[in-house]
Design a protein around this ligand. Structure first.
Ligand code: GAP
Length: 486
């Protein structure tokens, strides 16, 4: 990461904490690695992002419904899905520092160093070696690469490495009142399996016809070996997943449709197509016949924010095998029973949140010849902004606060609006810019005479006069879901 991008990212993280978006978890106890809490504005932004996803995926599709399945599930589900045996990261410990690393990421860091030094050929060769070792599941080879490349532990600076071992990412826990009858259950590592095991329940109770989708938003847990890059890689995070059930043979057509639909969705939110790209998977998981990531250009480079997979009938067929229950659908159009194929879209809510934060954050120099000035601004799309408008009486006297509170009462039922009377009006504008409020509504002496207010726009900082009676319509037209989904 360049120094400029590194500084920018540090500022984003500091801003997120200072203004109540994201806090390190358990901070007064020195934090808990790779776990974060969302503060008062972060929770609002996150809820708005969930709504954007739910409305576009569920409410705007006649053939998609949403569920909310439990985090705890029968342990055999994770056997059937392959997570018990195969959901592993290769890890390696340094014997001197006692620090644990992902072996593949130590090698990826070395590739990045080659690229930063302009050593393209070395980088490409090492990438090919890494890909081959991972494809072959060859842990010995990973260790040899680390030794041959003279990779040292960033903490101890030594090459005193253990063997590379597989490390399962699921968190096990005990369910049951006493030790004797306790069963090992897992905190789910993805929300998808809650959809697969409810496939028949939803299909029958909702009289759904293939093609149809089941969507879900919920927490997932992975014991990531290393935590990196703020809320990018967490141990507790949230996913928004769709499993779209289709007739076998039509899956690649649907896969292409969902690829395009999902990319457009991201671009509509953040408004900058150049910051996105597709990354097609060269090597496919054993259950997939096509897979692509939507990547966003974070300050630390392009990284996955959403995965789209054509998962064939793998999951339903596995659950059919392990549960002994038929997971089939009778298709009246072709007069046949079959296990549907599935196209999955899976976006991490926290990563999406980070795209929105990085995309919106700007530090602007507003200095003139006579005066130094600057502002921090979060240029969120108005539909997802945590606060839609701030209502600001120019002074704290002469009935202006009463007038402002009348406006607050009109708007607060339908919109998240904020009242603020502390400090000068300039300082209040800056505070609202910093939390991404698209509009400030200023109540002044003229408001008492003619029932108009000043609207100050966050991005242009322009001001205009508007009748109080027209405020509601203005907020609806400029911040409503139609501005994103219309
Ligand atoms: N059901 C498919 C599945 O879980 P995945 O690629 O492992 O696929 C999907 O995860 C998305 O979940 C990723 O694109 C990413 O946005 C998010 N995600 C995965 N692991 C994460 C983590 N440790 N922290 C934050 N987000 C994560």
């Amino acid at each position: 990461m360049s120094k400029q991008n590194d500084d920018f990212f540090k500022n984003v993280i500091a801003h997120a904490k200072e203004y109540g978006f994201v806090f390190p978890s358990s901070e007064i106890y020195d934090g808990l690695s790779a776990v974060y809490d969302y503060g008062q504005l972060g929770a609002e932004l996150k809820n708005n992002l969930k709504q954007y996803w739910w409305k576009s995926m569920v409410h705007l599709h006649e053939n998609i419904v949403g569920i909310d399945s439990a985090i705890f599930m029968h342990p055999t589900i994770w056997k059937a899905s392959g997570h018990v045996d195969g959901f592993n990261d290769p890890m390696i410990d340094n014997k001197d520092s006692k620090k644990r690393y992902r072996a593949d990421q130590l090698i990826e860091d070395q590739i990045t160093r080659y690229l930063n030094d302009g050593k393209q050929t070395e980088a490409e060769q090492l990438q090919a070696d890494l890909d081959q070792a991972l494809a072959d599941d060859d842990l010995g080879r990973l260790k040899t690469i680390i030794e041959d490349q003279h990779i040292v532990c960033p903490v101890s600076g030594t090459k005193n490495w253990t063997e590379v071992r597989q490390f399962n990412l699921m968190f096990p826990t005990q369910m049951g009142a006493s030790a004797e009858d306790a069963d090992t259950v897992y905190l789910r590592p993805e929300t998808a399996q809650g959809i697969f095991v409810n496939f028949l329940n939803v299909q029958k109770s909702g009289r759904m016809k293939v093609p149809f989708g089941i969507a879900q938003i919920g927490k997932a847990f992975r014991n990531e070996v290393i935590a990196r890059q703020f809320i990018m890689r967490m141990r507790e995070f949230e996913q928004m997943e769709l499993q779209f059930f289709v007739r076998p043979g039509t899956e690649l057509e649907w896969y292409e449709k969902w690829k395009e639909t999902r990319l457009k969705w991201h671009i509509a939110l953040n408004g900058d197509a150049a910051r996105y790209r597709f990354h097609e998977h060269a090597k496919l998981a054993h259950y997939a016949n096509a897979a692509v990531d939507i990547e966003y250009d974070f300050p630390f480079g392009f990284r996955e924010v959403e995965g789209i997979h054509s998962r064939t009938d793998f999951d339903l067929a596995q659950h059919q095998k392990f549960s002994g229950k038929k997971m089939q659908y009778f298709d009246p159009e072709v007069n046949k029973n079959y296990v549907p194929y599935v196209v999955e879209t899976s976006v991490g809510l926290d990563r999406l949140f980070l795209t929105v934060l990085c995309n919106a954050f700007e530090e602007q120099d507003l200095s003139t010849e006579d005066k130094k000035d600057s502002r921090s601004v979060l240029r969120f799309h108005p539909a997802v902004a945590p606060i839609k408008a701030a209502i600001l009486p120019l002074t704290r006297k002469d009935g202006l606060p009463d007038k402002a509170r009348e406006i607050l009462d009109i708007l607060r039922i339908d919109y998240n609006v904020q009242y603020d009377e502390k400090d000068s009006i300039g300082k209040r504008y800056r505070r609202q810019d910093a939390i991404g409020t698209p509009f400030c509504i200023t109540v002044d002496y003229q408001s008492l005479d003619d029932n108009t207010v000043t609207i100050r726009h966050r991005d242009s900082m322009d001001q205009e006069r508007l009748a109080i009676a027209e405020l509601e319509q203005m907020i609806r037209e400029r911040t409503g879901w139609k501005t994103l989904l219309g």
